[in-house]
Every structure is written in C-alpha cells, then in structure tokens.
Design a protein around this ligand. Structure first.
Ligand code: ZN
Length: 403
C-alpha cells in the first residue's frame, strides 16, 4: 500500500461507495460489487486533481502522476476537456492511461436517416438488413498466432504441473514468462476485436436514423452445458466452442457502444425481443420452425416459399419489428429481480425502507444500460521511462460512459 499514492487508495474507496450506491439504487442496473482477484488486471485510479497533463503535439503528451512525475504517452485523440478522473492500467502489451473527461456534449438532434435492423451472429458477424452481404469480422489471430498460442498454453500447463510436483506449487520465472507471452497474444487479440467492434458500431450509428438489434441476454445465451458431476451435460465441447464464437463477437460490448454512439450521432437504438426472429419469414410474417431446415444457413418459408440467407431474413425481421417501435429504450423489458440470497448483500435501512421493486436487477453489472454523453474516457498508450516499458505501435481507444 505504501508504494501507492494516497489519492489512489482514496479513489478506490470513492468507487466502492459509488458501487454500493448504484447497487441500492432501484433505477440503476448495476449488480452487487464483486471482489477482484489479485491476478486481475492491474489498474490504478486517480482523481483528476492529482494529475497534470501537458500536450506536446498532436501525437504526444506528458502526464504528471503522483510519485512518478512526468511520463510521456501517445495521445490517441485530443482530450477535449479537463480530466475528472484518470486510470493507469496494464495489460499484456504495456501500460495505458485513460482520462475521464467532462465534455459537456449534448445528444445530437435526430439525423433523419432511414433505419436498419442488424442480426449479430457467429458465422456472419453482423448482417445489416439494408445490405446484401454480411459484415465479417476478420480473424482476430493469424493461423501462426493460433498455433503459437496453443503451444504456449500447453507449455504453461506442463510448467504448472511441474511446479505442483517438484516446487510446492511455486511458479518459476519461466512459467511467469510463458504467462506473459500468452497475455501478450490475448491482448493483441482483444485489440483487434475492439477495433472491429468500434468501426462497426460507429458506422451503424452514423449512417442510420435508428438501429434495431436483438435484446439478447448474453449471460444466459452463453451458459455452460457442463451440468453437474451426477448429471453431466451433453455436447459440452460443442457448446463451449459456440460460446467462444458468440463471445468472440462481443455482443454486449456492441450493444453498449451502440447505445452511447447512437446518442452522439443523432441515431436511436431499438431493442427487439429475440424470440422467433430467425424462424419468422420477413416476406409474409409467419413463424414456423420448419422454415429453417436443419437450422442451416438457408431460410425457406413453408407458407410463401421465400428463400433467403437465414441471417439476412432475420435482419429484415428485426428491422420490421423495430420499425414499429417508436420509442427508444435501452431496455425493452424489465430485468428479473436478483436472487435475495446473495452473500454479498447486507441488510441496509435504505434498502428495506424503499419499495419492494428496489432489488438490484440481475445482470447488467457496472455502467451498462445507463448512458450519457457528457463524460467520456480517452485511452492511449503510455510510456514509462526507466522501467523499460515499450510504447505502442497502434492507438487504442475505449469509450465508457457514466450516468
Ligand atoms: Zn413467408
């Protein structure tokens, strides 16, 4: 603790306070605060007053951090306002500094463009109803990188097995190096995924008056099929692969990005119930599971005979449903109330005194669902001198909105 600046510890307490406030707030979708592992991503939050920034040119800037002094970093975009909070973090590729900035930006007026429906999938990453071809996400790892990742994972398993048998479970420097190399590959993969997600959501929000997507519960969608010891599930490996495919497309992140980008581009996010969108015909509107023979890539309507790409048909159906939905909502139906048996939940006067509907909704932890465009987070590469940390060859951007 003594190594850390005092403001960082104070900021953690402030964040914890906010987390409990959000959890107990019936209007807020946040779940209970969760414990973090020590091995979690290393982050250091600081209040804006503790930090100074001086811009050198359009590419580089210096940030003054307590106990560290001036540190040069790669400016990925202009700050656009005074920093309210600053987060220094580390991933497999190096250090980042992110600034929460009060920009005071208001939601843009409606842009008046036509709307569209989008079907997010695994084989077709995204199918826009107004387009003829799906938008495919490029592979996030090259074949060589995938081979290398597999080899590294095997090496790590071998080294950990050795450490358990011969070293009382203590990790050697070599296993730590293997873990670092895996983290590097995974961080690169995450950046490529984030790059595609940002480009896709920006384009969707910018060039459409409204965007209709399915209101998916990603957590339920990607539940494991493993079952229990007595009742093991079936096709567990296949389901795990499908889950990986779904999560590789970052559906929840796309949705939260669309929600705040729509506001800043004068567009609107419309969520539709996902039930039956892949079995309904876009031409005649009749829902029949038999229209998807073998759940393949072809949609063949059993009543009117329309044949189309299954995802194209689903995107059209989503567009039709969303077109009839005039009001914008980031949540089309209320969440289920959370289980009251959580160990984390301590009885509080505030909670007891409020209405019975004030239990925090399940899912939607953190800031998901509540978006405003007055604050944004700017993230960029950071170079720490003296510690031999390299800086980045590519810019990295991340946007987080707070209520
Ligand atoms: Zn039909």
């Amino acid at each position: 603790m003594a190594d850390l600046p005092a403001q960082a510890a104070q900021q953690v307490l402030r964040q914890l306070d906010r987390a409990f406030d959000n959890w107990w707030n019936p209007e807020h979708p946040a779940g209970p605060p969760i414990f973090k592992k020590r091995s979690n991503r290393l982050t250091l939050p600081l209040p804006g007053q503790a930090v100074k920034v001086r811009t050198l040119n359009h590419k580089w800037a210096d940030v003054w951090l307590p106990k560290l002094g001036w540190i040069r970093f790669r400016l990925s975009r202009p700050l656009g306002g005074p920093a309210r909070n600053v987060t220094v973090s580390r991933d497999g590729l190096g250090w980042h500094v992110a600034f929460g900035v009060a920009t005071g930006a208001k939601p843009a007026p409606p842009n008046g463009l036509p709307g569209c429906g989008v079907d997010f999938g695994v084989a077709c990453s995204a199918f826009v109803s107004t387009e003829m071809k799906p938008r495919l996400m490029p592979a996030t790892l090259t074949p060589g990188e995938r081979r290398r990742l597999l080899g590294l994972e095997r090496r790590k398993a071998r080294q950990i097995h050795w450490a358990r048998r011969h070293n009382r479970g203590r990790y050697s420097k070599r296993v730590r190096r293997t873990i670092d190399q895996i983290a590097k590959l995974r961080a690169r993969q995450a950046r490529r995924r984030a790059d595609f997600t940002h480009k896709l959501t920006t384009d969707l929000a910018k060039s459409h008056g409204w965007v209709g997507i399915e209101d998916l519960r990603v957590k339920h969608l990607t539940a494991t099929a493993a079952g229990t010891g007595e009742q093991p599930g079936r096709n567990v490996k296949q389901k795990a692969g499908l889950n990986r495919g779904i999560l590789d497309n970052a559906p929840a992140e796309r949705r939260s990005q669309l929600a705040y980008k729509a506001a800043s581009f004068g567009s609107e996010l419309r969520l539709v119930l996902p039930a039956g969108t892949s079995q309904t015909c876009a031409a005649c509107g009749i829902r029949d599971p038999a229209s998807r023979p073998g759940c393949g890539r072809v949609f063949a309507c059993t009543s009117c005979g329309q044949q189309a790409h299954a995802d194209a048909n689903a995107a059209k159906v989503i567009e039709l449903i969303a077109a009839g939905q005039a009001v914008d909502s980031t949540r089309s139906r209320p969440h289920k109330t959370a289980r009251p048996s959580s160990r984390m939940r301590e009885p509080s006067e505030r909670r007891v005194s409020a209405a019975p509907g004030n239990l925090p909704p399940e899912g939607g932890r953190g800031c998901q669902g509540v978006f405003g465009s007055s604050q944004r987070l700017v993230m960029s590469g950071l170079e720490i001198h003296g510690e031999n940390r390299h800086c980045f060859t590519r810019d990295d951007q991340k946007y987080v909105c707070r209520s």
